[in-house]
Design a protein around this ligand. Structure first.
Ligand code: SF4
Ligand code: SF4
Length: 480
């Protein structure tokens, strides 16, 4: 069933030749805002996962952006395989003009409703339930791990919230209802907050230890955190997989903001944290859009149907862990119980965190946090690149039998081996999935931090749920 829902090349090509691109050109879709600015400079192409995975295009700098944008402008089919786009948005962060080729491709997916299954899951459960991830657990004892995780996963979304989501999304809203609000960037926390909203991430299903570790760290730092059963999926992962539409994601996230603002005791500033940069980016993008009065009015018209309203976006702070925990480096250093000094780690900062920051530069947060644990952090020449992307991972697993590693995966894997690393450290449960699947021992930064703060590797970090064993690395340094 899942494989039928994939955005098959033919369907996308048909969509384009049948006029989807012409149709898109008439839209006021914020994703299409600046595609005319592309001058085929090629700055984006070296980082484009689709380009790296296609050896035939190695020397054709700028080919992807040039072909997609030229085809959009001419109303014809681009001569590339759009389903190879993994929605990493490296193109957007690399582009000096912020042209988003990934966003344009996403708009084509949406125009065709090519992959409706995840949207249906959202309407039924308010989140991505365990079966959404089942295709990734085929072979070599993985199904057993899936069952163990599913048995321990409580349904995180309240039935009333699911009902609201159903009413809200039943009649899809067009992306062209909204406009790009300009350059407003939502604020990050500038000072340590004493209270945060901790998001329940759908992707935490795969790594429950990252969520438990996050809670343990917040507690150790004395930061009060709240969760809410009225919070649903932000729509991020389904959106980038080509399932939930642009407006779906905006409305889901805006509805969650209305839940947080109505929480008893919510102060003048509401800091939102969680383990997933795709969630952070969903909130950052939504707050940016809500800063436009017209967009806010359109969102509140839909929220009004379920008795909700989102107020001033200026009260919210997106406190992604890579922005939040660096505010506490001294405290964390003092709290470390077990220095992980014999561990050689590489760090991989997620594309969606960099998308949120609008910069391809690797920010220091992840490196600084890994260093706090005492681990030896080794820089990598691959650190500017996507790990291969969770969409690519899904696509390969849904095309049974699973083919070998993608070209980018191979480069990332070779880099891991050549640097003699013990573990890769990531900030994203999606990247964690990709590394774990390619046979690289991997820890989410919350898991690494929690280990150094004395958390139990099995009870809290749940290393037994990882697909690639962490026993050699953790056993060697005496943690097991
Ligand atoms: S999308 Fe941006 S970086 Fe890529 S070729 Fe066009 S202008 Fe250059
Ligand atoms: S989102 Fe990623 S894979 Fe898609 S066009 Fe942009 S860089 Fe390439």
């Amino acid at each position: 069933m899942l494989s039928k829902a994939l955005p098959a090349d033919e369907r996308i090509r048909d969509a384009i030749t049948a006029g989807a691109i012409r149709h898109l050109l008439r839209e006021e879709d914020p994703r299409l805002r600046n595609f005319q600015l592309c001058n085929a400079c090629g700055s984006c192409t070296p980082y484009c996962t689709a380009q790296i995975n296609d050896p035939g295009t190695e020397r054709d700098w700028g080919y992807l952006a040039r072909k997609v944008t030229a085809a959009l402008q001419a109303g014809r089919c681009p001569d590339i395989d759009l389903s190879d786009c993994v929605q990493c948005y490296s193109c957007e962060t690399a582009c000096p003009r912020s042209v988003s080729i990934g966003g344009i491709i996403n708009a084509v997916y949406e125009a065709e409703h090519a992959q409706p299954l995840f949207r249906k899951m959202l309407l039924d459960r308010g989140c991505l339930p365990p079966p959404a991830f089942l295709p990734l657990y085929t072979g070599r004892g993985r199904f057993r791990k899936f069952v163990a995780k599913a048995a321990l996963r409580p349904s995180p979304v309240d039935a009333r919230a699911v009902d609201e989501v159903r009413k809200m999304l039943l009649h899809p809203v067009r992306a062209s209802t909204f406009s790009h609000p300009g350059g407003h960037v939502p604020e990050r926390p500038s000072a340590p907050p004493d209270r945060v909203v901790h998001l329940t991430s759908c992707c935490a299903f795969n790594y429950p230890g990252s969520d438990l570790s996050q809670r343990a760290i917040l507690t150790s730092l004395g930061i009060r955190y709240e969760t809410s059963g009225m919070q649903t999926c932000c729509g991020g992962a389904p959106h980038y997989m080509g399932s939930a539409g642009f407006a779906d994601r905006l409305l889901l996230t805006a509805r969650n903001l209305s839940v947080f603002q109505d929480t008893p005791g919510a102060g003048d500033e509401i800091a939102i944290t969680g383990i997933c940069p795709t969630c952070s980016d969903s909130y950052a993008s939504t707050l940016k859009l809500l800063s436009g009065n017209g967009n806010r009015a359109a969102v509140n018209e839909v929220l009004g149907r379920i008795g909700r309203h989102v107020g001033d976006p200026g009260v919210f702070r997106v406190a992604n862990i890579l922005d939040l925990y660096p505010l506490y480096l001294d405290e964390l250093r003092r709290l470390v119980e077990t220095r992980l000094s014999r561990l050689r780690v590489g760090v991989h900062v997620s594309c969606h965190y960099r998308k949120m920051n609008g910069s391809l530069a690797v920010p220091p947060g992840l490196r600084d946090l890994a260093a706090v644990t005492g681990a030896k952090v080794v820089r990598s020449e691959m650190e500017h690149y996507c790990c291969g992307g969770v969409k690519n991972l899904f696509d390969r697993h849904l095309t049974f039998p699973v083919e070998g590693l993608s070209r980018l995966n191979q480069m990332v894997y070779q880099d891991f081996v050549q640097q003699h690393l013990d573990v890769m450290v990531v900030d994203c449960p999606g990247c964690e999935l990709v590394y774990d699947h390619m046979g690289v021992p991997v820890l989410h930064i919350t898991e690494l931090l929690a280990l150094s703060l004395g958390a139990d590797p099995r009870e809290t970090v749940r290393i037994q749920g990882h697909l690639t064993s962490l026993k050699p690395a953790l056993g060697r340094i005496g943690l097991l």
